[in-house]
Design a protein around this ligand. Sequence first.
Ligand code: MG
Length: 312
Amino acid sequence: MVEMPRRVRVYEVGPRDGLQNEAAPIPTATKRRFIELLVAAGLREIEATSFVSPRAVPQLADADKLLPSLPRPEGMRYPVLVANARGLARAGQAGARAMAVFTAASDAFTQRNIGLTVAESLATFGPLIHEAGHRTWWTRGYVSTAFGCPYTGRVDPARAIGVALALLELGVDEVCFGDTIGVGVPSQVRDLTGGALAAGVPLGRLAYHFHDTRGTALANVVAGLEDGVACFDASTGGTGGCPYAPGAAGNLATEDLVYLLDGMGIEHGVQLAAVLDAARYISRALGRPLASKVGRAGGWDPTTGAAVGSGT
Ligand code: MG
């Protein structure tokens, strides 16, 4: 039995995954301020933006301006999403030092999203990962639809694990299994973690990206923790709804994850009250109430019994 990690990495995806599907343009200055607040809250891995076609993701078309303007305290990492050589070159010019690529465990999903089969996507990303390694960038590979696909249903964990192994073989520093449509449950997380470790995925190079679409995200985090997984994605304010279930929750909220980890006594370096400040900031900027549980209820001071930092 693996021990629970004493410390985990909270990998913030709000500025990229949370905002990318927002229809109304968000000013670059607002994105920068949001990220400054996240840095002030102690987050040190923030997926900042995407260097992909501005036609594909117009909301993140300001990546070249945004990335160089961000604060860089000691140990700060701003992974950016890249899909081709042109994007990698743009990212490099903007000062990127960390990159993420995005494939999936389902051909139907990658074909509709990036116009490639999974195998073709791996063939495309190989040279990019190699080039990033040559530049000494940190790299992550996403395995989306690791539990279920919106077009083909349940995904066999062996399939997700095979894609993760292929990404590691190509040289990524970390693989991240994504529950893209928020259908996974803890027993599936245990199966996937156990299978991945047995197949040779190192525990320290394994991360999870859960969605709270059906209310299972934190339960899934706990299932990961119990098997020693020590990196979880989250989006401050719970931004980034589920594109496959309009109006539903998507990304696990950072404040909900931090509350859980605080209560369990697991270290992470993030201050809940300051995350709630950042969550309120982005919620006001988007003109929507906070989607997170802790954003609505506030944190909780066990010495007084009072809610802390609640409300918008
Ligand atoms: Mg997501």
